[in-house]
Ligand binder design. Structure first.
Ligand code: ZN
Length: 522
């Protein structure tokens, strides 16, 4: 994204400018004509949104199959989006920030040499931890203060948390540790300091529902690329197996880590509207390094981009601001950087934030962030006003006669940093790696027992991984909400600095999505 976007011409206001006649009511009095959100939503058309997705696919194809922050595919995505926004009349700025970059260059392998040869399966039995170092090592596995079977209390193992755990450790061995009370980074650094040539951290072992099941594959990350040995996470079963005496393993990882790589957020400010009443929409523009990220999150990016283009010529009452975030996939880093650098005054001007992260999942549901916690599931309600935003989206789905459902307001996408500082938020989500239930299949169609997006965070998240109906309906929902708030005389957020009440909804503490990075906590 270091590629500067071109200074574009202001978009010519053409006669075919879709919104002029049907959207603005001719009967309204003069300049204060209030457009109809439903009519406007029909001007944000799925084929146009799909063309942006096609462009993102071409960008990925030309850049090694990824649009991850810190890669040329991201920079090209930034250039494309910024150019389109400038041509639509927006003042576009690229906000630079540094983040720790990571990618797995070749697929990590792990196999047992002794007592009997066995090959473990990447992404099933084990996976590289984000920010792992590189290396190939064949060495005895040495368990470090592990508890097998696990204690009854989850998150109780202190395996590898203290340097003293390594008192009897043989340098050159592979350290086998158990998930527990301390950060993976601490375990890996202690192991490296003790001379370990590789690190295997297995899940702690307690059964549980969903994210509380500590037997499943551990998807963890270190905090930064500071270790120079391979570090992988495994299932509890694999850890238990490798703890057997006389076990030797070959571990091979080739990674790239850069503690301070530069990337950018794209911010586009409308020419219209009151500068102290900002309606903000955002989507993360980056993909994971493993794939082109067309559903996650080309879809949300394309949806808000097309909305921005269509609304660009409308003299709105309030000011629209569109954000395309970088480095979401490594922990909401772009949106966190943005919010952290807002003054109290600037924060108070942002009356609401709407987030769109995955809106075209192939086996979709129409999920609306549960801003008022009416579902009583998971995280509590967002900041006051989030409830109103949820209702605005519900109104749209009723108007177009489509079913909808709540999706827990976890703060695990780019709205997290906003609700943390008390800005009301809302948004849409069609589902990631979670499994569709029978009830959802009855309501939305699609296949029960199958992931909402079976290509989530994979190479196959291509233009073929989009459900066109979901994309069309949700693009309309974005447009409907954007226009509703662009003209609303009363906005969900508080009026003056300090009046916002920080939400309690899990904001930003756990990074990634609704569905990722379980490991970072401990
Ligand atoms: Zn995403």
């Amino acid at each position: 994204m270091r590629a500067r976007a071109y200074k574009g011409l202001l978009a010519a206001v053409t006669a075919v400018s879709a919104m002029a006649l049907p959207v603005v009511s001719a009967t309204s009095a003069g300049a204060s004509a209030t457009p109809d959100p439903t009519a406007f939503s029909r001007t944000v058309k799925a084929p146009a949104v799909k063309r942006h997705l096609q462009k993102f696919q071409e960008i990925a194809d030309a850049n090694g199959g990824t649009r991850a922050s810190g890669t040329p595919g991201y920079d090209a995505s930034v250039a494309y989006v910024a150019d389109r926004l400038r041509r639509a009349g927006y003042r576009v700025t690229l906000q630079e920030f540094e983040f720790p970059f990571f990618r797995e260059i070749t697929a990590t392998t792990m196999s047992r040499v002794a007592p009997a040869a066995k090959t473990y399966t990447r992404m099933t039995d084990f996976r590289i931890m984000t920010y792992s170092g590189s290396g190939t090592v064949t060495a005895p596995v040495q368990a470090v203060d592990v508890t097998i079977p696990p204690s009854e209390t989850p998150n109780s193992s202190t395996s590898g948390c203290e340097a003293s755990d390594f008192a009897g450790f043989t340098p050159g061995n592979i350290a086998l540790m158990q998930r527990g009370t301390c950060n993976f980074q601490v375990k890996a650094e202690n192991a490296q300091a003790a001379g370990a040539k590789g690190v295997i951290i297995f899940n702690e072992g307690q059964p549980g529902e969903g994210a509380n099941d500590r037997r499943v594959l551990l998807n963890g990350n270190l905090n930064a690329p500071t270790t120079n040995i391979p570090v992988v996470g495994t299932t509890y079963a694999v850890g238990q197996e490798l703890a057997a005496p006389g076990t030797t393993v070959t571990l091979s990882a080739q990674t790239e880590g850069d503690p301070q790589r530069k990337t950018h957020n794209v911010l586009a400010e409308s020419r219209w509207g009151a500068a102290d009443k900002i309606v903000m929409l955002g989507a993360h523009l980056d993909s994971v390094t493993e794939g082109p990220g067309i559903n996650d999150n080309g879809s949300g990016s394309a949806g808000i981009l097309e909305t921005a283009i269509r609304v660009g010529n409308l003299p709105t009452r309030n000011k629209l601001r569109f954000a395309f975030w970088g480095a979401e996939e490594l922990g909401l880093l772009g949106s966190e950087h943005y919010v952290a650098n807002l003054s109290a005054e600037e924060k108070a001007k942002i009356k609401l934030y709407l987030n769109f992260d995955m809106i075209g999942s192939p086996n979709y549901t129409f999920g609306i962030y549960d801003g008022d916690d009416s579902d009583g599931v998971g995280s509590p309600a967002g900041p006051a006003g989030s409830d109103k935003i949820e209702k605005t989206f519900e109104k749209y789905f009723r108007l177009v006669r489509q079913p909808y459902t709540g999706t827990d307001f976890t703060g695990r996408s780019d709205y997290g940093p906003f609700i943390e500082v008390g800005i009301p938020a809302g948004g849409l989500f069609t589902g990631a790696e979670g499994i569709k239930t029978e009830a959802e299949a009855a309501k939305f169609g699609g296949e029960a027992g199958v992931a909402y997006d079976k290509c989530y965070h994979q190479e196959c998240d291509t233009i073929a991984n989009i459900n066109d109906k979901a994309l069309a309906v949700n693009s309309g929902a974005i447009a409907f909400a954007a226009l509703t708030y662009a003209y609303s005389p009363s906005l969900p957020g508080g009026g003056t600095p300090g009046t916002n009440t920080p939400g309690t909804g899990g904001g930003g503490l756990d990074h990634g999505h609704d569905h990722d990075h379980t490991g970072e906590l401990s």
